[in-house]
Write a protein that binds this ligand. Structure first.
Ligand SMILES: CCCCCCCC/C=C\C/C=C/C(=O)SCCNC(=O)CCNC(=O)[C@H](O)C(C)(C)COP(=O)(O)OP(=O)(O)OC[C@H]1O[C@@H](n2cnc3c(N)ncnc32)[C@H](O)[C@@H]1OP(=O)(O)O
Ligand SMILES: Cc1cc2nc3c(=O)[nH]c(=O)nc-3n(C[C@H](O)[C@H](O)[C@H](O)COP(=O)(O)OP(=O)(O)OC[C@H]3O[C@@H](n4cnc5c(N)ncnc54)[C@H](O)[C@@H]3O)c2cc1C
Length: 593
């Protein structure tokens, strides 16, 4: 198959678009879904003729499209989406319909007021048979008046936990007719007479979600690096309390507890950035392969993107909260920027696949591998999973004198992932032997399946971090990043210590060794901490934080920020005399009686 036209390479500016997206919660980005889901859908699911028609206009912003898949009643379970697209061979059109209240499309970004087109996921019916969810490219609003077209009800879903500058919307179809060729026809097709032509892989229609899951990994790195920049800079300004009595108040960044709270977030931000680059390259390569008819990497990409998305979003949410708490009272102010960054970032734990569901998707992949291992098969030279086939050292070696390239630490992570994967597989088999069906057994193992996925993803993140730091040639930069790598690896050892201690693989003494390495790394990072975050070169505008200002003039600008509040436009607000003043006057009068 010849290469499809690459009018735009959606992934070449992912870093910038991740930044754009993740600040959209700050300045509202009516093109977020257009750029990050609608265009990738056109690129990967439209046939050549459709691409020639839609892609240049989309790239030129001649319309704004969103990605309308989730419904009020279903977001995770795509098999049960209720919106229908029924083919009418007489007119060669699809009839789109929202049969129930729960089939109302609900959540799509920019759907409420901005978009005039949408990628609509609907159950495809033709010749009386349902062929499952397929994407359709549908016009929603008149291009001149921007009014909804006939049969279309659309609006904003109202205020949310965050991202309230984005018009997430609702959408209902009342028997809306759309041409046959509005169905994305690169993979599956419906011929003029209504015959359905199936795709080579029935999940290729889901590629836009895979793109976002891959992009979110870099997005979470961005959020952790932004918020740890704010926390480090503020902690280098804020003086509170003494370490040596009489020696004067210290910068709170000198407290070990403050370092232990913030620096691991910095380290995780770097780790996620490196794995984010890896997964985006894997996505791009896989999409190229699909264009050339090779779908062999699709399962690996799906499994890794689901696992990375779930783990990095969860750790980013926890890490942002740690950075906020580390800034005390001012961290709780909107002036800090934390409420904004947090409310945008934490949505990623839910959208693009709720995290538990994503962990379980990766677990499906791991169970296939476990089955092959138990059947005595050999590994398939796949660097992401081959370690599961290998037998690692019987005991933890992290405290050996020399641990070249942290091989002993990585083998500890591999041991835990291997053990948890095989143990939960064996439990799955055992439960079925005891009479449970597969689905029941799966549900009874779901928590352990998620743990196995987290252990597998941790191994991947750690190995990628080690390999990428090893490639750095500038020794001064390498030395600083190795301090963060040391912190990351031993912090992760302590984070999964229960798993490593559970089977006696690691000893309590080795756990103490890991803690010692953490404290050592904190001490090494402290003198470079401000330079490290300054090196990210975030602009004050994107930090959106008085506490994280590059010039460090926190207090003067905190007062200026407060004084600029509308509440401070006048000394006495009208409500005072109307309510509080009146209440107090009446109370004084009563007390005179
Ligand atoms: C550029 C910067 C951008 C920065 C970030 C911008 C973000 C924009 C902000 C917000 C946008 C948000 C958008 C959305 O939220 S869009 C809606 C997202 N919705 C979801 O993610 C739904 C989640 N549910 C699913 O994906 C699926 O229902 C499922 C995967 C949970 C289950 O799928 P299902 O069809 O039911 O299949 P099975 O579980 O039965 O699995 C069958 C089989 O298929 C494989 N598979 C499933 N999905 C994929 C896939 N995407 N790719 C490849 N393979 C897939 C699965 O592994 C099974 O295989 P098997 O084990 O071999 O049987
Ligand atoms: C900020 C934001 C932006 C969004 N933007 C878009 C968009 O642009 N386009 C779009 O189409 N959608 C969008 N969504 C919707 C989003 O994709 C869904 O909310 C998400 O997929 C989760 O589905 P749900 O809401 O149905 O949750 P549910 O699936 O109902 O989840 C509820 C609970 O059930 C659990 N659960 C569900 N199924 C299983 C299972 N099989 N096994 C174990 N546990 C399970 C979940 O883990 C969760 O704990 C957005 C959502 C948010 C929050």
């Amino acid at each position: 198959m010849e290469h499809a036209p690459k009018a735009i390479d959606v992934t070449n500016d992912v870093e910038m678009r991740t930044f754009n997206f993740f600040t959209m919660g700050i300045d509202g980005h009516p093109l977020g879904l257009h750029l990050d889901m609608a265009i990738p859908t056109i690129l990967n699911n439209a046939d050549e003729e459709q691409q020639k028609d839609w892609l240049p206009k989309a790239a030129n912003r001649e319309f704004i499209a969103t990605y309308a898949q989730t419904e009020m009643g279903h977001g995770t379970n795509l098999k049960k989406l209720e919106t229908t697209a029924t083919y009418d061979p007489k007119t060669q059109e699809f009839v789109l319909n929202s049969p129930t209240i729960t089939s109302t499309k609900w959540w799509p970004g920019n759907l409420g007021k901005s978009s005039n087109y949408a990628v609509v996921m609907a159950q495809l019916y033709t010749q009386g048979k349902c062929h499952g969810a397929h994407p359709f490219f549908v016009q929603l609003r008149d291009l001149n008046t921007h009014k909804p077209l006939k049969g279309i009800t659309v609006g904003d879903i109202g205020p949310k936990f965050g991202m309230n500058t984005v018009d997430n919307g609702f959408l209902q179809f009342d028997h809306v007719r759309t041409p046959r060729r509005s169905m994305f026809m690169k993979h599956a097709k419906v011929l003029p007479d209504g015959r359905y032509v199936p795709p080579v892989h029935d999940k290729l229609n889901y590629s836009a979600m895979v793109f976002i899951r891959a992009a979110i990994v870099s997005g979470m790195a961005y959020h952790l690096l932004v918020t740890s920049t704010i926390a480090v800079r503020y902690s280098a300004i804020r003086r509170q309390g003494e370490i040596t009595p009489g020696a004067g108040e210290v910068k709170v960044l000198d407290y070990q507890t403050q370092q232990h709270r913030i620096f691991p977030q910095l380290a995780r931000g770097l780790a996620f950035r490196l794995s984010g680059q890896y997964i985006m390259k894997l996505y791009t390569q896989t999409m190229d392969d699909i264009r050339n008819g090779d779908i062999s990497a699709v399962p690996d990409l799906h499994a890794l993107s689901c696992g990375l998305k779930a783990v990095t979003t969860h750790h980013a949410a926890l890490g942002l909260e740690q950075c906020r708490m580390a800034c005390g009272g001012h961290g709780y102010s909107q002036a800090s920027g934390f409420p904004l960054h947090y409310s945008v970032a934490v949505g990623a734990c839910t959208y693009e696949g709720e995290n538990m569901v994503m962990l379980l998707q990766t677990a499906r992949h791991l169970m296939k591998i476990a089955k092959a291992i138990r059947a005595g098969q050999s590994p398939k030279s796949n660097k992401i999973v081959d370690y599961l086939f290998h037998k690692g050292p019987p005991k933890c070696l992290i405290d050996q004198a020399y641990d070249t390239n942290y091989r002993n630490v990585l083998e500890s992570f591999e041991h835990l992932a291997r053990r948890q994967t095989l143990e939960v597989y064996d439990k799955l088999v055992q439960l079925q032997q005891q009479g449970r069906n597969y689905e029941q057994a799966w549900n009874d193992c779901a928590v352990e399946l998620c743990k196995a996925t987290r252990a597998h993803v941790r191994t991947f993140l750690a190995r990628t971090f080690v390999e990428e730091i090893d490639k750095i040639s500038d020794l001064s930069i390498k030395s600083v990043l190795q301090d963060l790598l040391q912190l990351y690896l031993y912090y992760e050892v302590t984070e999964c210590a229960t798993g490593l201690l559970e089977d006696g693989f690691m000893t309590g003494q080795q756990h103490k060794y890991a803690k010692k390495k953490i404290y050592e790394a904190l001490e090494k990072i402290r003198p470079n901490a401000v330079s490290i975050v300054d090196s990210f070169d975030f602009q004050d505008r994107e930090l959106h934080s008085v506490l994280g200002r590059r010039d460090g003039n926190v207090y003067e600008n905190l007062l200026k920020w407060a004084q600029s509040s509308p509440l401070n436009k006048t000394d006495v607000l009208p409500f005072h005399h109307k309510y509080l003043g009146k209440m107090m006057e009446e109370a004084r009068q009563r007390s005179k009686i």
